[in-house]
Design a protein around this ligand. Structure first.
Ligand SMILES: Cc1ncc(COP(=O)(O)O)c(C=O)c1O
Length: 409
């Protein structure tokens, strides 16, 4: 049973929602028939929903409003830098942009973000990068190393800067060490507590004012990680004691979305309550720079089945796109839910395990192993969900298979 334009509520797939689900046995996303859209494209197709991005942003802003602090949102454009999307977001005026390279700066400016609404936090920043960043007096620049503070001091004494610190605690999706940016083991990110006096002295020596304290402790955290995330934020805030000129604390991004059945979504009310408690009585602006939370579930990648074949005891279905288009499942074990666009049967109890393989000549190019799927045939379309973040933006032309189309709905 379905009502026109409204996704079928049963059976209840964990990923289904009002703008994503089966209608009359066909997958619809943001009002579009995904298989039909994919057939009209020459190859792999990314579909993004502007409405979903706007809804995610609005939900986050509502959560932040509950903290009682002055707040700012910078969208981390590394997650998805599709220019029409960035242009739309700049036009909405609900967020600034977080960038991590001079080229991202140029793109953010070209898409309509003003330099005063852009925050840079990057690693391995070269002097040629600094020259391009420092050309914009209003840009927030967060320094990742003591050397970067010095090099800014040499070029722009007296400037306002931010400093990225490493609280030595972090979190990541599914507790993955590869998605955790701060913890017991030293990481390349930010300035550690024991370096803090040197960082402060270096800033002072060049008359630099530390206006922003920044930390980003990991990617993809959900409710299961909230307690440890709260500890990490608390450890980050401890740096404030020695930095009275700080007016903004940027707690980074990292807010996750469910990626597989069983992932409990991030409880935004609890998240906001932690921030309310930790920021109470502090006269600073609370900034946050999420990427995934804004765009990940607002995009999918539609691929086409090229072959269906049993090899030894494994049923394989190959598709016409690989891990180079959306690297997270292969790099980070962060799954992307594979959904048949026009399934032969909607009863998952009748589905059989299939290993979905990409078209790249690398053994790790497996989208999902033993994934229960309806019977598949050549030419079927499969949508890989949650690829709106760190999909296209991380894609490469490996094997010269980097072509895809992007459409903002
Ligand atoms: C400094 C910084 N800020 C923000 C982000 C965005 O993270 P996410 O997309 O997980 O919110 C990242 C991602 O790596 C980052 O390194």
């Amino acid at each position: 049973m379905s009502v026109a334009g409204v996704a079928t509520p049963a059976p209840a797939f964990w990923w289904a929602r009002e703008d994503l689900g089966y209608v009359d046995g066909r997958l619809r996303f943001a009002g579009r028939d995904v298989a039909a859209a994919a057939e009209a494209a020459p190859g792999p197709l990314y579909l993004y929903s502007a409405a979903r991005v706007a809804a995610n942003l609005a939900r986050l802003r509502e959560g932040l409003a509950r903290t009682g602090s002055r707040t700012r949102v910078y969208y981390a454009i590394k997650a998805n830098r599709f220019a029409p999307l960035l242009t739309a977001m700049a036009g909405w005026g609900q967020c600034g942009a977080d960038i991590c390279s001079p080229n991202e700066l140029d793109l953010a400016l070209a898409c309509g973000f003003a330099a005063k609404d852009i925050s840079f936090t990057g690693a391995g920043v070269a002097n040629r990068d600094l020259d391009r960043l420092l050309a914009h007096a209003d840009l927030t620049i967060n320094c990742d190393t003591v050397g970067m503070i010095r090099r800014i001091g040499e070029r722009a004494p007296g400037r306002a800067i931010g400093v990225r610190v490493n609280p030595g605690r972090g979190v990541g999706y599914g507790d993955s060490p590869r998605l955790t940016y701060a913890g017991d083991e030293a990481t390349k990110f930010g300035i550690y507590r024991e370096q803090w006096p040197e960082a402060l002295a270096t800033a002072r020596a060049y008359g630099l004012t530390i206006r922003t304290l920044h930390f980003h402790v990991g990617c993809g955290y959900l409710s299961a990680q909230l307690d440890r995330w709260a500890e990490a934020v608390g450890a980050g805030l401890a740096f404030l004691d020695d930095a009275p000129e700080v007016t903004t604390v940027n707690i980074g991004g990292g807010l996750g979305v469910p990626c597989q059945d069983g992932d409990a979504p991030l409880d935004l009310a609890r998240w906001a309550a932690v921030l309310q408690r930790l920021f109470a009585g502090r006269d600073v602006t609370l900034a946050v720079e999420p990427g995934d939370y804004i765009v990940k579930d607002a995009g999918l990648l539609a691929l086409s089945v090229t072959d269906v074949e049993v090899k030894r005891d494994v049923a394989f279905a190959s598709v016409d796109g690989g891990f180079n288009l959306a690297p997270e499942p292969a790099y980070y074990d962060r799954p992307s839910e594979a959904v048949a666009c026009v399934p032969r049967g909607l009863d998952p109890t009748a589905w059989r395990p299939v290993t979905l393989a990409g078209n790249i000549n690398e053994a790790l190019d497996i989208w999902a192993a033993a994934k229960p799927m309806p019977p598949l045939a050549e030419g079927d379309r499969i949508a890989f969900l949650n690829t709106g973040g760190y999909g296209a933006s991380m894609s490469s032309n490996h094997c010269m298979r980097g072509d895809f189309t992007e459409i903002l709905l």
